[in-house]
Design a binder for this molecule. Structure first.
Ligand SMILES: [Cu+2]
Length: 108
């Protein structure tokens, strides 16, 4: 009985640590903040094949739009949009609702 409990605890610890490490490796560098009518950071450099996720943490809706590459739906506060950048180069984008909100993703 005691060994069974020990085994269960070991299993649980392994599971939790696997989940935690899985989260940390992918999420950290590839998320962008949309707040105070700006994209933060305004310029971001990533490797080809990276998926960027923008989260609207503002009080108002925003709609992301690049010249050729992507266009999101209007994002209400709390909503997010993801796009995978496979094409190298500088990709400027803006908010179609607030055209003065401009930023770019540099793909290397
Ligand atoms: Cu906007």
């Amino acid at each position: 009985m005691k060994t069974k409990i020990t085994l269960l605890i070991a299993l649980a610890v392994t599971l939790v640590s696997t989940m935690l490490s899985g989260c940390g490796s992918n999420e950290s560098g590839n998320s962008l903040n949309v707040k105070y009518l700006a994209f933060v950071p305004a310029t971001k450099t990533v490797r080809a094949g990276t998926t960027i996720t923008w989260t609207n943490n503002d009080q108002t809706a925003h709609q992301l739009m690049s010249k050729k590459l992507f266009k999101s739906k209007p994002l209400n506060p709390g909503q997010a949009y993801s796009f995978k950048f496979s094409k190298k180069g500088e990709h400027s984008y803006m908010c179609s609702i607030h055209p003065y909100m401009q930023a770019k993703i540099i793909v290397e």
